[in-house]
Design a protein around this ligand. Structure first.
Ligand code: MCU
Length: 411
C-alpha cells in the first residue's frame, strides 16, 4: 500500500474552561457535550444540583430533569442529555476530559499516530487501519482490540489498543495507562472513560488526516465485545461524531441496567452486579463505589446510555445464554432505552438482537442480517429495514414494574 504522511496541528482552547449548559461548577462536572442536537445556550437548561440526592428502585425517567420538569421538545432533551452525561461522569465513569490543547496526527502506511499534549504533558499512541481495496473514502469501524463481529466489504477497520490508554488487568490497574500519564494517576476517570477519551482523539486524528486517509470521518462506527463492549457503548454515548455504536455482549456494566441485574440476583441468578463489578476491575470510577450496594440511589441507569447515543445509530448485540452478563437485564434495559428513540421519532435507529447457544463473543450467523441492516443504513448509505428489537430468551420485560414514566413525543 502507498505510504503517505501528513501532520497537522490543531490548537484549540482547553475545554477544561468550557462548561456544558448544565454545569454546576462542581469540579467533577465534565465539559463533554453529548448532545447531537444543538442545545440551547448556557443558562437555558435546568441546572443540575451540585449534589444529587436520589432514590428510586424503578428505572430513572430519561426525560425528567433532576431539578424537576420534563423534556417536551428536542431542545429540552438536548439539555437532559447534557445532564445525563454529567451524572454518568460524576457518579459512574469519572470525568471524560474535552479536547486537549494540542492533537497532531500522522499517517504512515496503515499506522495512524496520534500525539496529544495537554497542560505540559504529552503522550503518543497508534491505531492501525485496514481498508478495502480501492480509493474510498470508506466508512470505518473503530474496534476495541480486534473486532469480533464480521466487518462487511466496503468498510474499513481501525484497531484501537484500548488497554494502552487505560489498563484493565484487574483491580490493581487503577490509574495505569497513557491517559493517566497525561492527566495523572489520581484522575477520576475509570478505564472506560479514559478509552472513550481515546476514541475521541482517534476521531480528531482522522479529521486531521482525512485528505489522504481514505476514511470518511462522517461514517464512523465503534464496536467491542464483553468488557470492550461496555467500553464501546460508552465511547458511542460520549462521542457525537460516532454514527453507529455496536456494543457486543457488553452485559452488566454495558447494556444491562444495574437495577435489573440486581433483581436477577435477588431471584438467585448468577449475574454480575454493581457490587461485584467495582471489585473485579477498574472499568468504573471510584466515584461509583458508593452506589454499588445501593443502586436505587443512583440517579441514572444504563437505558440512559441509549439516551445519550440517540438519535444516532445504535445496534446492541447480546447473547441469551450468558446469565452472568445479565441476559434478562439487557433485554429489559434496552427496551426501556428504545423509548427515547421513539420519543425522538427515530425508533428504528436503535436495535437490539439477542441470540443464544453460542460461545461468548462468537458472533452467530443468525445475527448477520441484523448487523448488515444497521451497518448498511448508518455506514454504507443503504436503505435497509432496521426495525429490530428481538430476543430468543423466554423472559419478558415487565414494563409496569420498572417504568413509571410516560414516553413523550418530543416536538
Ligand atoms: C462481559 O464482560 C466481562 C464481564 O463483565 C466480566 O465479569 C468477566 O470477567 O469478563 C467478561 C469479559 O470481558 O470477557 C472477555
Amino acid at each position: 500500500p502507498a505510504s503517505s504522511s501528513s501532520t497537522t496541528s490543531t490548537t484549540v482552547p482547553p475545554t477544561t474552561t468550557t462548561a456544558p449548559p448544565t454545569s454546576t461548577g462542581s469540579p467533577t462536572t465534565s465539559p463533554t457535550s453529548t448532545a447531537t442536537t444543538t442545545p440551547p445556550g448556557p443558562g437555558t437548561c435546568p441546572a443540575t444540583p451540585a449534589t444529587v440526592t436520589y432514590s428510586n428502585s424503578k428505572l430513572p425517567d430519561p426525560f425528567g430533569f433532576i431539578a424537576g420538569g420534563r423534556a417536551a421538545t428536542k431542545a429540552d432533551f438536548a439539555c437532559r442529555q447534557a445532564e445525563i452525561s454529567t451524572l454518568f461522569q460524576r457518579y459512574e465513569l469519572g470525568t471524560i476530559p474535552g479536547k486537549p490543547q494540542s492533537v497532531t496526527a500522522s499517517l504512515s502506511g496503515n499506522t495512524l499516530t496520534i500525539n496529544v499534549s495537554d497542560q505540559g504533558k504529552s503522550i503518543s499512541f497508534t491505531a492501525s487501519i485496514s481498508k478495502p481495496s480501492g480509493t474510498g473514502p470508506f466508512p470505518a469501524i473503530i474496534a476495541y482490540a480486534a473486532p469480533s463481529i464480521p466487518i462487511p466489504a466496503g468498510v474499513a477497520t481501525i484497531n484501537f489498543n484500548n488497554d494502552d490508554i487505560a489498563a484493565q488487568q484487574d483491580g490493581s490497574s487503577r490509574g495505569k495507562g497513557k491517559f493517566f500519564t497525561l492527566y495523572g494517576s489520581g484522575h477520576s476517570a475509570g478505564a472506560m472513560a479514559a478509552w472513550a477519551w481515546g476514541v475521541s482523539r482517534i476521531v480528531d486524528a482522522l479529521e486531521l488526516v482525512q485528505a489522504n486517509s481514505g476514511i470518511d470521518v462522517k461514517r464512523l462506527g465503534v464496536t467491542g465485545c464483553s468488557r470492550n463492549g461496555k467500553g464501546a457503548f460508552i465511547a458511542g454515548a460520549f462521542e457525537p461524531r460516532i454514527a453507529l455504536t455496536i456494543p457486543q455482549e457488553s452485559g452488566s456494566g454495558g447494556s444491562a441496567c444495574w437495577r435489573l441485574s440486581d433483581a436477577m440476583r435477588t431471584q438467585g441468578k448468577d449475574v454480575q452486579t454493581a457490587s461485584e463489578i467495582v471489585g473485579e476491575n477498574v472499568w468504573f470510577s471510584t466515584n461509583f463505589n458508593q452506589f454499588s450496594t445501593s443502586v436505587p440511589k443512583l440517579s441514572v441507569d444504563h437505558h440512559e446510555l441509549a439516551a445519550l447515543v440517540a438519535p444516532r445509530g445504535l445496534f446492541v448485540i447480546e447473547n441469551t445464554s450468558m446469565e452472568w452478563l445479565g441476559n434478562e437485564a439487557t433485554n429489559g434495559c434496552m427496551r426501556a432505552g428504545q423509548k427515547v428513540y421513539q420519543a425522538l421519532g427515530k425508533p428504528d435507529a436503535m436495535g437490539f438482537s439477542q441470540v443464544g447457544n453460542h460461545n461468548h463473543c462468537q458472533f452467530p450467523s443468525s445475527q448477520q442480517a441484523d448487523l448488515n441492516a444497521f451497518i448498511g443504513k448508518f455506514l454504507l448509505n443503504q436503505s435497509t429495514n432496521t426495525n429490530i428489537m428481538k430476543t430468543d430468551g423466554s423472559f419478558t420485560f415487565n414494563e409496569a414494574q420498572w417504568i413509571d414514566w410516560t414516553t413523550p413525543t418530543l416536538s
